[in-house]
Design a protein around this ligand. Structure first.
Ligand code: PBG
Length: 319
């Protein structure tokens, strides 16, 4: 009877699995702050893709990790059609075409200062900050490079104003008018991204006169109304799907975003949320699997179309 009246359900098709691609062959580098998650060379990423596909997971979210030596102020490796993400996309597309490939679109993994776009002087003596307009142009260029490599969906995560318009225009102009944009519409400047920054090597601090946080473009955790303005702006610019991020601490924002529109809305259960479950389970304080499934079900209950989670393979196996 309880089954019969259950209001929401979790299914493997609700889940998106993030993958960190890095150079080499048969090269797996575990991420200490994300137990069970590794940086993978394209051949190993392909094996993971097949595993995810066989579990019924519909899509992967791809991140590129590059050595510090090839980073620069603009993150120009992002424009190279032979960069690690493009290489990974080509290999997975060829041998495992059944799984969808969502390319995270940002520059923080590729810049030597770790910010999400090129820096410029603020012009008021306040030092450097991200150049919003230049970053939007660059995002358009990077989106086309990723689409040419075979990305099915482009997911801009940098929270630049006007980024969806810039990306949509660039994709359309290059003939990719069928490539959807899944925008991180409401992304908060969160400390829950800590383990990701270790994984991606995008810590801030290399430039003395650049900000030591991302509050110049990511949102203030205190603001819900502003989050809805960000969501409305992305819809008006032509976004096809939306992401609210982080996950559990922002379920109210997720719910309000779902109520505001008919768009598919995804929640990102971020690195710190996953790491907390793993750490508590390692101490014997929580049951990892049960707490993971309960967390993911909460996103469905709050109205999410799906969830990006490092626990996707674990959850799909359990389901
Ligand atoms: C890049 C990006 C970040 C995350 C996803 N894309 C880091 C950040 O914004 O600092 C975080 C993901 C996670 O913590 O799991 N802009």
């Amino acid at each position: 009877m309880r089954e019969m009246v259950q209001e929401t359900r979790l299914h493997p098709s609700d889940l998106i699995y993030p993958l960190f691609l890095h150079e080499g062959v048969n090269n797996e580098q575990p991420i200490s702050s994300l137990p069970g998650v590794s940086r993978l060379s394209p051949d190993l990423a392909l094996e993971k893709a097949k595993e995810a596909r066989d579990l019924g997971i519909p899509a992967l979210l791809l991140f590129g990790i590059v050595p510090d030596e090839i980073k620069d102020g603009e993150g120009s490796i992002a424009f190279d059609p032979n960069n690690i993400v493009c290489e990974g996309i080509r290999q997975i597309k060829q041998a495992c075409p059944e799984i969808g490939l969502i390319a995270d679109l940002c520059f923080c993994e590729y810049t030597d200062h770790g910010h999400c776009g090129p820096l410029t002087s603020c012009g008021n003596g306040a030092g450097l900050n991200v150049d919003n307009e230049q970053t939007c142009d660059a995002l358009g260029r990077q989106a086309v490079v990723l689409a040419e490599a075979g990305a099915d969906v482009i997911a801009p995560s940098g929270m630049m104003d006007g980024m969806v318009t810039a990306i949509r225009d660039a994709l359309d102009e290059a003939g990719f008018n069928h490539t959807p944009v899944m925008s991180y519409a409401a992304k908060f400047a969160s400390s829950f991204y800590g383990p990701f920054r270790e994984a991606a090597g995008c810590a801030l601090g290399a430039y003395a006169d650049a900000p030591k946080d991302r509050k110049g473009y990511q949102m203030n955790s205190a603001n819900a109304k502003e989050a809805l303005r960000e969501v409305e702006a992305d819809i008006a610019q032509g976004a096809d799907m939306l992401i609210v991020k982080p996950g559990m601490p922002y379920l109210d924002i997720l719910r309000q975003t779902v109520d505001l529109s008919d768009m598919p809305v995804f929640s990102y259960h971020v690195s710190g949320e996953y790491a907390m479950l793993k750490a508590a389970a390692a101490k014997g304080w929580l049951d990892y699997q049960e707490c993971l499934l309960e967390s993911l079900l909460a996103f469905k209950r709050a109205g999410a179309s799906g969830i990006i989670t490092y626990g996707a393979l674990d959850a799909a196996s359990a389901l």
